[in-house]
Design a protein. Structure first.
Length: 125
């Protein structure tokens, strides 16, 4: 029984060592970029034309899909987002949104977490 326990403990120690080593092998993680302050700055970070240089076929397939047009893809997407702001955020008394100037990135992420997740890297400043 003692040999089985020692073997089991050895396996756990070995697994932990391998996991720690594998994690450390990647080296330190780079510092995240500061939040984008303009739409232009955000767009430059996610310029899909750079992908096309190495992944032409995949980029072509993606660019013709609704995923490439996540805000304007279907006739009802953008109007639905506008309705969510007008009939949702502006009418909900606890949202803090009474007029367009009150809308923050955090408010928009309700829709944008799927339709434009890159917006999470933007700031309201």
């Amino acid at each position: 029984m003692r040999k089985a326990f020692v073997a089991w403990l050895g396996c756990i120690a070995l697994t932990a060592t391998v996991a720690v080593s594998a994690n450390a092998a990647g080296g330190p993680k780079p510092e995240p970029l500061p939040k984008a302050k303009t739409i232009k700055e955000l767009a430059e970070r996610y310029d899909s034309s750079r992908c096309m240089e190495c992944h032409e076929e995949a980029h072509e397939e993606w660019s013709n899909s609704l995923h490439a047009k996540s805000i304007l893809g279907t006739p009802r997407t953008a109007p639905t987002i506008i309705t969510a702001v007008e009939k949702g955020l502006k009418m909900f008394p606890y949202s803090g949104v009474k007029k367009d100037e009150d809308i923050t990135v955090e408010h928009l992420m309700i829709c944008m977490k799927c339709h434009l997740p890159q917006l999470d890297e933007a700031t309201d400043d």
